[in-house]
Design a protein around this ligand. Structure first.
Ligand SMILES: Cc1cc2nc3c(=O)[nH]c(=O)nc-3n(C[C@H](O)[C@H](O)[C@H](O)COP(=O)(O)OP(=O)(O)OC[C@H]3O[C@@H](n4cnc5c(N)ncnc54)[C@H](O)[C@@H]3O)c2cc1C
Length: 402
């Protein structure tokens, strides 16, 4: 399909389409299909069956202003679960698990993101909180929402309590799809710097399978590793069918290098309207970057969540946070200063176009080395290390600044 025909069939402008797929799920004529663009990103497009009813454009979050205008004074705090096992199994400090503990008593459904057998993330739900382990840890690829907004609606209508977690654009998609408030719905969004697509991950995994001569059976993008008396929460772990396991940090790992240098996100991520302190959901969860600057005993790499309560519904969960976690109240200005994606969208890496034009004809390692040379990684890693740690290690770097 030519670029022009593709663009004409889209529901909103390509650079604004987040792929939330609310349009696909609302269409009563089944007249929207998902098509991949040349870079491997999925877009909803109208098919011949379209009767121009306009429902899809009416509910598209990119064509309307869906940000939370509730007059609620946001509550921001840092937290880490008192349960060390929860911290180890979670991406940050276990905020998601605490929300589950607080909200899900009986007759509930929890929606989250899990991997399928090809390591592709997708939304699903569980009706038993003992099964949330598969939702823990960040999957650094856009998840397929499938029919999850429809499923959530059905359960809400049946009177079940629904906890829906996702990226802010997915929460916007759900809310517009539902088009009314439900007392029995609690939404949780993550602070998000952008999502790569499944094709890019597939290319990377293919490269790793060729290199290690075995199929990848599991991947984790946020392993917490304790090495040389230091925690590192930004390690990738890849398990192969031949029982080999690779653990690499952000400096070494090719996928993480591309991911953390904004190289291969979806186009809309670079002008994301949800990368903003005004949030779309009842509760926002994130990594508590910068916490060590004000509380040196708290190490974000060991696992500290930042939680932002955005509504009265969310506020009701506070007693459980106080019981299950160590909590420290924070100022919203701290969140804006320390967490860039809570403040503004990510900037596009100038090599993005080069990356996608060459992904099919260059080896993954060569392509990443070309787009994100190690020198540039030094700068990125420098930005991620707290200032006090930089001071301590500064002397060990032979006078070179990070
Ligand atoms: C793509 C992505 C980008 C992120 N970028 C940032 C950032 O820039 N700054 C920041 O502070 N935090 C970011 N986070 C959030 C952070 O990594 C943690 O997920 C968050 O702090 C929750 O920690 P936890 O310990 O409570 O989570 P866990 O218990 O590990 O739970 C993880 C939660 O994230 C959801 N989730 C996992 N993968 C996805 C996905 N692909 N799409 C939608 N939902 C998903 C799960 O359903 C679950 O609810 C990002 C997460 C993702 C998935």
């Amino acid at each position: 399909m030519s670029e022009e025909i593709f663009n004409n069939k889209l529901i909103c402008e390509k650079q604004n389409c987040t792929g939330c797929m609310a349009c696909k799920q609302i269409c009563p004529h089944n007249a929207i299909e998902i098509i991949m663009d040349n870079n491997g990103f999925e877009y909803p497009v109208r098919t011949e069956e379209c009767v121009q009813c306009g429902l899809c454009t009416k509910i598209c979050p990119s064509l309307s202003d869906t940000l939370n205008e509730e007059k609620f004074s946001q509550i921001v705090f840092a937290c880490r679960s008192k349960n060390k096992d929860v911290i180890l199994k979670s991406a940050s400090g276990g905020a998601f698990t605490t929300i589950v503990q607080a909200y899900c008593d009986n007759n509930y459904a929890i929606f989250g993101v899990e991997y399928d057998e090809t390591c592709s993330p997708h939304h699903s739900y569980v009706l038993d909180k003992k099964l949330i382990d598969k939702y823990r840890k960040s999957k650094y690829v856009q998840s397929s929402v499938g029919n999850s907004y429809k499923d959530a609606k059905k359960m809400l209508e049946e009177g079940r309590k629904v906890l829906f977690t996702g990226t802010p654009c997915q929460i916007a998609g759900l809310k517009n799809f539902l088009n009314k408030e439900y007392d029995n719905l609690l939404t949780v969004d993550i602070v998000c710097h952008g999502v790569p697509n499944k094709q890019t991950l597939k290319k990377y995994l293919q490269y790793m399978e060729d290199k290690y001569k075995s199929k990848v059976k599991a991947i984790s993008f946020r392993e917490k590793i304790y090495k040389n008396k230091e925690w590192d929460s930004k390690c990738i772990k890849i398990e192969f069918e031949n029982n080999k396991t690779i653990i690499e940090n952000i400096r070494k790992n090719l996928f993480l290098r591309g991911f953390h240098s904004q190289l291969f996100y979806r186009e809309s991520c670079y002008n994301c309207k949800y990368a903003n302190p005004k949030r779309i959901s009842d509760i926002t969860i994130a990594d508590c970057w910068g916490i060590g600057h004000i509380y040196p005993d708290w190490n974000v790499h060991e696992g500290v969540s930042m939680v932002v309560i955005n509504s009265e519904k969310g506020q009701k969960l506070l007693p459980t946070f106080e019981k299950e976690c160590e909590c420290l109240k924070l100022d919203i200005e701290f969140a804006k200063k320390e967490n860039a994606r809570f403040r503004e969208p990510t900037k596009m890496n100038p090599k993005r176009e080069f990356f996608f034009s060459n992904i099919d004809n260059m080896r993954f390692d060569k392509l990443i080395n070309k787009c994100v040379p190690q020198k540039r990684m030094r700068h990125i890693i420098g930005r991620l290390i707290p200032k006090n740690i930089k001071k301590i290690i500064g002397g060990k770097l032979n006078g070179k600044k990070i």
